[in-house]
Design a protein around this ligand. Structure first.
Ligand code: E4P
Length: 220
């Protein structure tokens, strides 16, 4: 499973990239606002900066919700950098636009996916990625990881090429469970990636190894 980071914060993107495990970035309008980026020109420049830091795909989300608007905005975003992927909401006009982008060689990430039916429709339209929102499904007391597993099974049976990008990841266990359930990618906040490092027995074990080394090398 590949790792994307789910943020528009450049420092966090650089930190994850420096770790050597980063395969891409996803953003959305809320994450851009959280990073303090506003205004068309600043947003465009910010996408260019992100796309220059990482080699992998960078999802840039359209604001338009009508077909013509999504196509115009998506085509504009796609030419900002070779690794920009156009992020399109799972709505009727979005599906039409995904078909257009797919027919014209522009990569897409269909976002706000909450059901297997939506995942099937996005795959049929030719989406490169779909983003099922694990955390937000859990928030309504449903099963976010179960959704990933169901979509993974359907895509395998039907041999769809669309990749499953598990989104709305809230903790490190979500990453592990998404991998087990068959997600191709998880897009994660930095703290959830770093959380994978942690185990108390690792810390205790390392402390003991170093203490034993110090003891046996005293005065050596
Ligand atoms: C990513 O593509 C999604 O927009 C994001 O993961 C949503 O996460 P949230 O539910 O924590 O806002």
């Amino acid at each position: 499973m590949r790792f994307f980071i789910d943020t528009a914060d450049l420092d966090q993107i650089k930190e994850a990239n420096d770790l050597g495990v980063l395969d891409g970035v996803t953003t959305n309008p809320s994450l851009m606002a959280k990073a303090g980026i506003s205004g068309a020109k600043n947003i465009e420049d910010h996408y260019k900066k992100i796309a220059s830091i990482v080699e992998g795909d960078v999802s840039a989300e359209v604001i338009a919700t009508d077909y013509k608007g999504i196509v115009a905005e998506g085509e504009y975003l796609a030419q900002l950098a070779p690794n920009i992927v156009v992020k399109v909401p799972m709505i009727r006009e979005g599906i039409k636009a995904i078909r257009h982008f797919s027919d014209n060689g522009i990569k897409t990430n269909c976002t706000l996916v909450f059901s297997p039916g939506q995942a099937i429709l996005a795959a049929k339209a030719g989406a490169t990625y779909i983003s099922p929102f694990v955390g937000r499904v859990d928030d309504i007391n449903w099963d976010g990881i179960g959704l990933i597993a169901q979509i993974a099974e359907i895509y395998a049976v039907q041999m769809y090429e669309t990749e499953i990008l598990a989104a709305s990841i809230r903790n490190s266990k979500h990453i592990v469970d998404a991998a087990q359930a068959g997600a191709d990618i998880a897009t994660c906040p930095l703290h959830t990636i770093l959380g994978l490092l942690k185990h108390p027995l690792t810390d205790i074990g390392l402390e003991k190894f170093l203490a034993d080394h110090r003891k046996s090398n005293q005065g050596a």
